[in-house]
Design a protein around this ligand. Sequence first.
Ligand code: ADP
Length: 423
Amino acid sequence: TYVESDVEVLRYSDEFRVLVDRDIQGKLTSLFLLFRKSEETIDWIRSWKTTLFSLLEDVPVNLRPLIASISIDGTSATTIILDSNTGEPLWRPFLYNESCPDALPMVKSIAPANHTVCSGTSTLCKLVSWWNIGGANKTSAVLLHQSDWLLWILHGKLGVSDYNNALKVGYDPEVESYPLWLLSQPYSQLLPSVKAPGASIGFLKEDIRTKFGFPKDCVVCTGTTDSIAAFLAARATEPGKAVTSLGSTLAIKLLSTNRIEDARFGVYSHRLDDKWLVGGASNTGGAVLRQIFTDEQLEKLSDHINPMEASPLDYYPLQAVGERFPVADPEMAPRLHPRPQSDVEYLHGILESIARIEAKAYRLLKDLGATQVEEVFTAGGGAKNEKWIRIRERVLGLPVRRAIQTEAAYGAALLALKGAQHN
Ligand code: ADP
């Protein structure tokens, strides 16, 4: 740490500054170079591994002998390419939001139109981009997702994934294989084998087991993505049950008996055993609320809202121009006017308008052929607003409840339970 007023700071850029300290006569006594780490230089691999082991360390010693099974969820499309001989990464990890537009034309030329992989951030674009750069050790390379890689550290069998994580690399969970258009590519040799989420892969490696005191028959199971794990946490296990996440944006996920895909609205389905988790995300949500009100104001103003009364105000709260779902319109402008004098009325209008968008989203999924929604669980920062829940019940015409568990880690633990039961 340093106090800027005590030293002379010569800034060169956001990443790089020089600090100079002088004595009373102005003679230079010390000189520091400070670098702020950029994304490029952060050693993600080491920090994820260190975190994994510190979490194992955190399991109370008296509970460790009782741990029957372990699973991990990870960020979807965070991709690691390893050397299968040494287990060493051949490239820095591609993070979930990193785009590889260089690979997009090639991916679009082999994949069916509007396939999930046809996005610069897809795992397949990352793989193709690495392949085109001419990455070293191509013949012995293997691709893993973040959770596959962390699980591999625990079980030691290289090259295993689950069909939720593998969706964005092109795996087809319906027919349980990679499609031919992908298998015919030279880089298909890097693709991991795929199991159902929560399937037992093998026992915890002996050195880890003995170091931490986990039991001999502790199994390690395939994981899933963060957002699916968060859905699983709500324990919405029947078709027709849905989870609306009211965080910065509004995201809905509905358990359906059939698979729905529509790239126009960014709607696609993940497989969950014999059902499909259909999802879509709107750009509306809590981020707009936060632009106008503090969280304390939200609570106070909400207290004065009568949720049984419909607000006549018709808004479309967006942070910026453009909407994808349930209306695909890149030109859609935010609509938050007229603003009434009363902040209570204003907030009521915004909450009601977001509820109407949510209702429209569920209607769209039904129109696209998904199972009719019957009950909605709610997660995210907006879930604590009881008045909003009542408004949404009225607008949706459905029971709405706050999910008891919303942490992705809880969903991963449920997957581990499934793996232990089937072992
Ligand atoms: P994320 O993880 O997507 O950033 P969170 O799930 O943490 O978001 O939720 C944060 C959002 O919740 C904020 O945008 C905020 O406007 C909203 N929020 C917080 N308190 C309330 C409230 N009482 N009523 C409605 N929305 C709220």
